[in-house]
Design a protein. Structure first.
Length: 296
């Protein structure tokens, strides 16, 4: 009879202590979001009286009705945000990957000088006004490019790519050049497939940045047809708060605008779609690790 393999003591200890800790930590991470979801279905009066709760006493869709009362604007803002997220993520990932790869190449004699130039921008910047004036001079006023172009280059992502690509054996590039492959061909056919983990990482960070972006919309966009989702929902909250403030000054009491519940509902509306992206990114991330593995 085959005896069952006995686990090492350190692995047994990890399973006894580590697994319950990881489960507890995962629960603690999920609880705040469950509280947000539960509170989004509560009425304003219930939140004011009992506070936020996982299970509201009298569930209502009042906050969601307020948000989606203008369904056309919400749908249009969703379309703008999805477009800038997909377009910006694809372009930014490609640009940052190419830049990091070039800065890693040993045969690029100016790589150290350019690396210092990129790093220097993380320590000092021209400030908001010069940046704003440059964007306006480029014609970004009421232009959807204002929501995409300023975020295309990320020095932090370039540094991540440079460090990761630097771990790929340089002999792969040299052998490809001996076989007659060009630089762009080497990047697309060799470096890109081997860099799937870092592509997934910077792609996720970039997508989150574009999805949550509202500041550029506030600065450059006056056309309501180009409002991003986050900025539109931000305006909804401000309008509701202004309405309540005006009513308070006039001595009226308005409880029909569920501001606190709307904040919770807005969090669900904004966070929900991007959460669906993570499982797919995680799958490609793990796949990239196996593709980049070196068999002994």
């Amino acid at each position: 009879m085959n005896k069952k393999r006995r686990l090492p003591k350190d692995e047994v200890l990890f399973r006894v202590i580590g697994y319950p800790f990881l489960i507890l930590f995962a629960i603690l991470c999920v609880l705040p979001f469950l509280l947000v979801i539960g509170s989004s279905f509560a009425s304003e009066l219930e939140i004011a009286r009992y506070g936020y709760s996982f299970i509201p006493r009298n569930p209502t869709l009042e906050s969601y009705n307020q948000i989606f009362s203008n369904g056309a604007s919400i749908a249009r803002a969703y379309g703008v945000t999805i477009f800038i997220t997909i377009t910006g993520t694809v372009l930014s990932t490609f640009i940052n990957m190419m830049t990091g790869y070039v800065l890693m190449r040993r045969d690029f004699r100016w790589r150290n000088k350019f690396s210092f130039y990129f790093f220097f921008t993380t320590l000092f910047s021209g400030g908001l006004m010069p940046w704003y004036m440059v964007c306006v001079a480029l014609g970004f006023r009421d232009n959807i490019l204002a929501l995409i172009v300023p975020g295309l280059v990320s020095v932090w992502n370039i540094i991540l790519v440079k460090g990761f690509v630097g771990g790929i054996p340089y002999e792969i590039t040299e052998s490809a050049k001996i076989d007659g492959a060009g630089d762009f061909q080497i990047f697309i056919r060799l470096i890109w497939p081997l860099s799937t983990p870092v592509i997934a990482t910077i792609g996720l960070f970039t997508a989150l940045g574009y999805w949550n972006s509202w500041y550029n919309t506030m600065l450059f966009i006056n056309n309501s047809n180009l409002y991003s989702l986050q900025y539109l929902l931000y305006k909804l909250i401000n309008d509701a708060q202004a309405l309540r403030a005006i009513a308070a000054e006039s001595g009226e009491i308005i409880n029909t605008v569920p501001i606190e519940a709307m904040k919770m509902a807005l969090t669900v509306v904004v966070t929900g779609p991007i959460l669906l992206l993570y499982p797919f990114v995680q799958r490609y991330f793990i796949k990239g690790l196996t593709l980049g593995a070196v068999k002994g």
